[in-house]
Design a protein around this ligand. Structure first.
Ligand SMILES: [Zn+2]
Length: 581
């Protein structure tokens, strides 16, 4: 590698260590039945980061790794809790730091549960801090990376937060979701990485556990182009054959695809443009009682509402909330009441002039200090409706008092102050939806009982404003729900976006600004190069640009400039990158 000027990054698997479990059974993680994951039939052996002997071994391994060769970086995989460990080291640490018996994690609403969630995060962050410290001791010049996929991919049981990525020189990880979750994760990694570029890993096989089926050329090209479009560094995961070989054809293909994106990488300059930001709270990855979705599901869906409409959107995360005033609006969707200190910054953001959207049961501080409201239980029997008031019907895309907007869950009730403007109220079905002997329509539960319970509220607060919705408008994938969400932001004055593209939802646009120069990347999220997409782009600039160039083909694009916006049309064949100079 050194001879060919290739950086060498060592790989080390934390926690997952079958050799260590077999040879040092006292280090293993213990599951609730008193056995380890392997003893319960699993492939992977897990050793506990709270075990001092394992830590001593780990330091020896890092020391040995340092003596073996020279590296540019070290990548630490698996920095998360794969199971809720009940080993003696965990029990002892809990007893010392909290007192009493280690909770079993099953009683997710019990008195100790919140402390347990926080301890899992503290312990994993402290362990990774130990790993980073030991690495710097023996290899002071290497970069450190922890696999951050777990923050997005798992729930509260993993204990993964930005406190781990904050220890790393750059953020990266491997994810396997749909295009919307990849889009979310790229924006999130971009937001939290200490140094750009962040790294984004895709596997060359569709599933990590396969070994021989390579993804189609178009699919790989699509994934590589979308990471590049977010200014990320591409990393492709491939498993080495047990005999020590790799499939050369895969590398010929990747070489061809990387060469194409390399030509565009020289234009990866400037900062990502985002008019809206969506908050992802990694420290509270659980759902409120009675709900099947929480912050992560709604945050991914909220980002999608903006990307589908080609409105520039970013992600904000714990520990990365310095420049909130740069956003026209911030969305705090499905936020749990979990003592997150960052909430104070969002309250200040709204009071200083920002527009904040939040929904559901949410954090008590948002409800009391921004809405001036009090919680009053929930309303509904599994099916509810939101009925816009007559004078606000324009915002609700055809839904009305007679034909309100349906939801499949109960809604929180708030008691509001007089200065809160109620745009819509809760409407209930004629009959109780769970009563299958009394119903009003063969399949559905039509609306019929109007209430005065507030469902969508607008309130001015300080210099800014807040919108609260009882339901998670962003969660429903249907277009009209997104139109209503964007309509509500527009009602609050958020509408003059930096970029607007009239283009298929199959195309993702990502914009960067470098001084006066604007770069707009447009990439198809569908791996089908036969599709062509007409695009009309409108970009706000301080002055009339000299020229607009499409960088993939190097062609000059004719444009018009009016009211401070550059407007032009083009047709996208899979990928385009525009430089507005
Ligand atoms: Zn343990």
């Amino acid at each position: 590698c050194k001879k060919n000027n290739i950086n060498v990054v060592a790989y080390y698997s934390l926690i997952h260590n079958n050799w260590a479990e077999i040879n040092h059974p006292d280090w293993k993680m213990i599951e609730k039945n008193g056995k380890s994951a392997r003893e319960n039939g699993g492939r992977y052996g897990f050793v506990c980061p709270n075990n001092g002997k394992y830590r001593e071994f780990l330091e020896e391994q890092i020391k040995e790794m340092a003596a073996f060769s020279e590296y540019d970086g070290v990548f630490y995989d698996m920095p998360f809790w794969p199971t809720l460990c009940r080993c003696d080291a965990c029990k002892a640490r809990w007893k010392k730091e909290v007192g009493g018996d280690l909770p079993d994690g099953e009683d997710t609403r019990g008195a100790q549960w919140g402390t347990y969630v926080k301890k899992l995060q503290d312990w994993m962050a402290e362990f990774c801090s130990f790993v980073a410290e030991v690495t710097k001791k023996y290899m002071p010049d290497v970069t450190i990376e922890f696999n951050n996929a777990g923050i997005v991919a798992f729930d509260w049981t993993a204990g993964s937060t930005e406190r781990i990525s904050d220890l790393a020189d750059y953020t990266g990880g491997d994810l396997y979701g749909d295009p919307a979750s990849h889009s979310f994760a790229r924006k999130y990694f971009y937001a939290i990485t200490k140094n750009q570029p962040f790294e984004y890993m895709n596997s060359r096989c569709l599933k990590l556990y396969e070994h021989t089926v390579t993804k189609s050329k178009e699919r790989l090209e699509c994934e590589i182009a979308l990471t590049r479009a977010h200014h990320g560094a591409n990393f492709i995961i491939d498993a080495i054959d047990p005999v020590g070989t790799t499939d050369k054809r895969v590398y010929d293909l990747l070489g061809e695809l990387f060469a194409k994106e390399e030509k565009l990488e020289q234009y990866n300059r400037g900062k990502m443009v985002a008019d809206a930001a969506v908050f992802f709270d990694s420290s509270a990855q659980f759902t409120a009682e009675g709900y099947s979705f929480g912050n992560k599901e709604t945050a991914v869906a909220a980002v999608r509402k903006f990307t589908e409409r080609h409105i520039p959107v970013g992600v904000v995360a714990n520990g990365h909330t310095e420049n909130l005033s740069a956003y026209q609006c911030i969305l705090l969707t499905g936020v749990q009441d979990f003592d997150n200190p960052e909430i104070e910054k969002f309250i200040k953001y709204a009071q200083d002039g920002g527009t904040l959207y939040f929904d559901g049961r949410s954090d008590k501080r948002l409800i009391s200090r921004l809405l001036g409201a009090k919680e009053d239980g929930t309303v509904g029997d599994g099916r509810t409706y939101i009925a816009p008031k007559k004078r606000y019907e324009d915002v609700f895309c055809g839904f009305s008092e007679k034909y309100p907007l349906p939801f499949g869950y109960n809604l929180p009730k708030l008691i509001l102050p007089e200065d809160a403007e109620v745009l819509a109220t809760v409407c209930l079905p004629y009959t109780l939806p769970k009563d299958n002997f009394h119903f009003a329509s063969i399949h559905s539960n039509p609306p019929g009982i109007n209430t005065d319970v507030p469902a969508i509220v607008y309130r001015k607060t300080g210099k800014g404003a807040v919108i609260w919705s009882a339901a998670a408008l962003e969660l429903d994938e249907r277009e009209v729900f997104g139109d209503i969400l964007i309509g509500l932001l527009s009602f609050a004055g958020v509408k003059d976006f930096s970029v607007f593209a009239d283009c298929s939802t199959n195309v993702e646009t990502v914009t960067f600004k470098d001084g006066d120069t604007v770069y707009v990347n447009a990439v198809s999220i569908i791996p089908d190069k036969k599709c062509k997409y007409p695009l009309k782009l409108s970009v706000k600039t301080a002055k009339k640009p000299e020229r607009v160039i499409e960088l993939c083909e190097g062609k000059e694009i004719s444009f018009c400039y009016e009211n401070g916006r550059v407007n032009f049309s083009d047709e996208i064949a899979f990928e385009a990158a525009y430089k507005i100079q």
